[in-house]
Ligand binder design. Structure first.
Ligand SMILES: [Zn+2]
Length: 173
């Protein structure tokens, strides 16, 4: 296991482990900060197709807050673990699906599919190209993918405004 400060932090706490729809879900034993239940998590995971779920090794429902208190979720890039923070409870579905979107970008999409998404984004969101800093533009693309995946599954995707992106996301199912 590699060095990751976030992983060290995770491992300072204890968890109840349950397998939900094929995903190992680590639910913090200490629950005083947590305002959601495992049933809610399960209901959200039901929205994700089984093939997509198979790319998600673990979800951690942690009891501590991120040092940036705004952060509601994240994923550990190399391990693809999804982390949900206590303050995600107001938009649990959006946060969890968004983070799963990030993992799918890393693990499911082929290099050519990533290029395809980027090109589609350029066509329908020309502002993408105006981000001159390459790293920022890359992050913008990643965040947009995760959001598009979430918009699609939460049935709030504006397919009239972004027909090509919609078609691309649809092709992943
Ligand atoms: Zn994100």
């Amino acid at each position: 296991m590699e060095n990751s400060p976030e992983l060290d932090l995770i491992n300072q706490f204890e968890y109840d482990l349950q397998e939900i729809l094929g995903i190992k879900v680590y639910f913090s034993c200490e629950k005083s900060n947590l305002k959601f239940s495992l049933k809610e998590i399960e209901n959200i995971l039901q929205l994700i197709p089984p093939e997509h779920r198979s790319f998600i090794p673990r979800i951690y429902l942690v009891t501590y807050f991120d040092k940036n208190s705004e952060t509601k979720g994240r994923h550990l890039a190399s391990l693809s673990y999804v982390i949900v923070y206590p303050n995600a409870f107001t938009e649990l579905e959006e946060v969890l699906i968004h983070e799963i979107g990030h993992v799918l970008w890393d693990r499911k999409l082929s290099p050519s599919e990533r290029v395809q998404f980027y090109e589609t984004l350029l066509q329908e969101v020309p502002a993408t190209l105006r981000i001159e800093d390459e790293l920022k533009r890359h992050v913008f693309v990643l965040e947009n993918f995760a959001n598009c995946y979430m918009f699609f599954l939460c049935k709030i995707f504006d397919s009239q405004k972004y027909p090509l992106i919609y078609k691309f996301i649809l092709s992943l199912f």
